[in-house]
Design a protein around this ligand. Structure first.
Ligand code: GUN
Length: 278
């Protein structure tokens, strides 16, 4: 029987524990989110982050900029947020408009307030096998989900498809730290199926429909990080859920798998940073 990894259920459990903790705190964390441009998906994500934070008792502000915002305007705002003691967590929603150097912007965030764990300091700590202030949200959410279902990572062959700083690279490092054997694949990988067929755990973060049941071995674990709308406007992931769920031991659905875990991790990170600063 295939087990569907229920990200919503785990998110709700995390939120109810967090709410108890936050209700007891006399001072609350404040999450500042910078949203630049008019990407419709980003607007929905940011609205959702703010609403979720507020429902839990975390203060939240969203600072919006038009698509023609300049790098210096964003850098000035980040400096102001870095220096503002009442702001305890900063998130710059990605993607940024094309003319903006995202690395310059992210690098400007104070590592102690970097709630995404994406600054060079935090990613550097992670890659060195040390403790960053916090771990990037989606990778953290994936590991929480694997652990919730007691899926063994030690010594397993994990194949990660996608090499972004948000997901692929940090999740690979976090799995290495947990003694997995990790293979990274990406758009230039040759004979992808030959590699995915050897995966005990497959993590796909591509953003298009790439994974069918013929690419996998029976009883593998499949984590689908992709989320996009198909030509019929239906939200779906990288994996052919219907057919892959016939052969996998565990599979995360889209929606309802990794997505809710990313936002749960963001809320956990916001509270963890507050605890570390205070
Ligand atoms: N865009 C899509 N996912 C994320 C995320 O986890 N953090 C940020 N900052 N932007 C994103």
């Amino acid at each position: 029987m295939t087990v569907v990894l229920d990200g919503k259920k785990l998110r709700d459990k995390i939120f109810s524990d967090l709410k108890v903790k936050l209700d007891k705190m006399s001072e609350k964390p404040t999450l500042a989110v910078i949203l630049a441009g008019d990407d419709p998906a980003s607007q929905i994500y940011v609205r959702n982050k703010k609403k979720t934070a507020e429902n839990l008792g975390i203060n939240s502000i969203v600072i919006e900029y038009p698509a023609d915002v300049t790098e210096s305007e964003l850098l000035a705002k980040i400096e102001e947020l870095n220096n503002n003691k009442s702001i305890t967590a900063i998130l710059v929603q990605l993607p940024l408009p094309k003319h903006i150097d995202k690395f310059r912007i992210i690098d400007a965030i104070l590592p102690q307030k970097d709630v995404d764990g994406l600054t060079p300091y935090n990613l550097g700590k992670l890659f060195a096998g040390e403790e960053p202030y916090v771990y990037p949200c989606t990778p953290k959410g994936i590991l929480l989900l694997l652990d919730e279902y007691k899926i063994d990572i030690d010594g397993k062959h994990v194949v990660v498809i996608g090499r972004s700083n948000l997901v692929g690279k940090p999740v690979a490092q976090m799995l290495l730290k947990r003694n997995a054997t990790v293979t990274m694949c990406h758009s230039h990988t040759k004979n992808l199926s030959d590699i995915t067929k050897t995966a005990d755990i497959l993590i796909s973060a591509v953003g298009k429909n790439v994974i069918g049941e013929k690419m996998l071995k029976s009883d593998c674990v499949v984590i689908d990080v992709g989320i996009f709308k198909n030509s019929n406007g239906k939200v779906r992931g990288d994996v052919d859920f219907e057919n892959v769920s016939k052969i996998a031991a565990y599979i995360s659905p889209v929606p309802g798998g990794v997505g809710p875990m990313t936002i749960a991790s963001l809320m956990l990170n916001t509270v963890e940073l507050f605890d570390k600063i205070m």
